[in-house]
Design a protein around this ligand. Structure first.
Ligand code: NAD
Length: 496
């Protein structure tokens, strides 16, 4: 059976005192093994990155960007292969994997603008004959730790920008679906990146903890669940590292009585059930304002959900695939059980769907639950499955209060025809990414991505303009060349 190794200093390494099974979630079978890096292996990767740093730091930004142009072309050439790799280990259908990859490529395109992004700021004559400028210098070796649900896109949120800013990188992908992530990093080397600038170590907590404790790692970008995000953020900070740690979510959509209900239903279908709901921007709660809106929404959703097809990644007619593991399938089913036991109405039940020819797959069908209330476990927790819960509110204020009271604040959306209501909503809602009749308001690559509250620990969001700030240190230089006109005598007063 194939073992997925590590990419260190341009070479594949298969060091593996420990390995872990990698599943094909569509069949439920083990398809590969992944090597779990030891402390020594991670240290080798950090050393490689450290050695590559001085030359890469001094490589002109335009040359660094040229590697990214070639990388983009290679990603496009190999898109089909990458999407198949994602499908086999994650379970995503090819149309969904293609969307994820495209969003990742857009981050590579943004990184191609490095010479422009790193120009800095310049002020002439801040004093007599004195010029001052700020420049962005790289940090050194930086690390990324990524989740299973976007094995191509989330790593591409991180290292293209880190690398064009002049840093070198150690990536620790999810151990559940590591193949596409590793392959994409190999393409970056094929694009001409010098050895050691990108390194990939597969592994688990041991690898992560080594990255968090090694003083050569200057910054850590993390994306994953909130408990781990909080752990990463506090540990990295305690060890003097810069850190941004993006966590989980519970994204609500408010459905106003004046909404175009058919449009809202179409949007909710894709946003709740696409990728089996395993997206941090998935809409998992619809808050209907007024019973009439709720009744209409539930009736239309029930009808629209009838033709939905859950199935293997390999059939692009399917709407969405399996969830990631057997344990996760059971967890999602458990949340549906608990909502039912708490008195909610399971309107469409996706527990244990029959998928012909794929009996062992980790499938959960699209599920709709009505009359969910904020005290229920299924409301409080992130389910991360194809489950849409409907909560009924009496007013827009009450609906907004629910969102503002929730511990997560990643994404949200309002469906309405009322511009005033939409503006009030976007002004006042305590959430980082807001959609107005847009269900998945994932910022484009030239804006930055991040939630509020317990969906993000740190100050700077991921990718886009914030990434330049995150992956660089600002240095401000003030310069004077003494000449006869500006030569000054001694002064003990603070310069003004
Ligand atoms: P996860 O937190 O289980 O794992 C993320 C990474 O952390 C993996 O690389 C994993 O190996 C590592 N890890 C896991 N346990 C660890 C531990 N105890 N110590 C150190 N490292 C550990 O997340 P996941 O299940 O892979 O991904 C799904 C989660 O990610 C969801 O909660 C989802 O909302 C979130 N997510 C958030 C965003 C966002 O932008 N906010 C984007 C994608 C996913």
């Amino acid at each position: 059976m194939t073992t997925i190794g590590h990419l260190i200093n341009g070479e594949m390494s298969f060091e593996a005192a420990r390995t872990q099974d990698v599943y094909n979630p569509s069949t439920g079978e083990v398809s590969k093994q992944v090597a779990l890096a030891s402390v020594t292996t991670v240290e080798q990767a950090i050393s490689a990155a450290e050695q590559a740093f001085p030359a890469w730091r001094n490589t002109p930004p335009a040359k660094r960007a040229q590697v990214m142009y070639r990388f983009k072309a290679l990603l496009e050439e190999n898109a089909e292969k990458i999407c198949a790799m994602i499908g086999e280990e994650h379970g995503k259908i090819s149309h969904d994997a293609a969307g994820e990859l495209q969003r990742g490529i857009e981050n590579v395109e943004y990184a191609c603008g490095a010479p422009e992004l790193l120009k800095g700021e310049h002020s002439r004559n801040v004093g007599p004959g004195i010029d001052s400028w700020s420049e962005f210098q790289p940090l050194g070796v930086v690390a990324g730790i990524t989740p299973f649900n976007f094995p191509a896109m989330v790593p591409l949120w991180m290292y293209p920008m880190a690398i064009v800013c002049g840093n070198t990188f150690v990536l620790k992908p999810s151990e559940r679906d590591p193949s596409s992530t590793l392959y994409i990093a190999q393409l970056l080397e094929e694009a001409g990146l010098p050895k050691g600038v990108i390194n990939v170590v597969n592994g688990d907590k041991e690898a992560v903890d080594t990255l968090l404790s090694d003083e050569r790692i200057k910054a850590v970008s993390f994306v994953g669940s909130t408990p781990i995000a909080e752990y990463i953020y506090s540990t990295a900070n305690a060890n003097g590292k810069r850190c941004q740690a993006l966590g989980g979510a519970k994204n609500h959509a408010i459905v106003m009585p004046d909404a175009d209900m058919d449009n809202a239903v179409n949007q909710l279908l894709g946003a709740a059930f696409g990728s089996s709901g395993e997206r941090c921007m998935a809409l998992s709660v619809a808050v209907a304002v007024g019973d009439e809106a709720a009744d209409t929404l539930v009736a239309k959703m029930r009808h629209a959900m009838e033709p939905l097809k859950v199935g293997a990644f390999s059939n692009s007619d399917n709407d969405f695939g399996p969830v990631i593991t057997r344990a996760h399938q059971q967890k999602v089913n458990g949340f549906i059980d608990s909502a039912e036991a708490d008195g909610a109405a399971v309107v469409v039940d996706g527990r244990n769907p029959q998928v012909e020819g794929f009996d062992g797959g980790f499938f959960v069908g699209a599920t709709l639950i009505d009359r969910v209330t904020p005290e229920m476990e299924s409301y409080k927790e992130e389910i991360f499955g194809p489950v849409l819960q409907v909560v009924r509110a009496n007013s827009m204020e009450e609906a907004m209060q629910l969102i503002n009271d929730h511990e997560y604040g990643n994404g949200t959306c309002i469906f309405t025809r009322d511009g005033e209501a939409a503006r009030y909503f976007s002004d006042n809602i305590q959430v980082g990414m807001v959609g107005i009749n847009v269900p998945l308001p994932v910022p484009v690559a030239y804006h930055s991505f991040g939630g509020w509250k317990r969906s993000l620990f740190g100050d700077l969001h991921a990718y886009g303009p914030d990434a330049v700030r995150f992956y660089t240190k600002r240095k401000t230089i003030t310069q004077r060349w003494p000449s006869s006109g500006v030569r000054e005598g001694v002064s003990f007063a603070f310069p003004s």
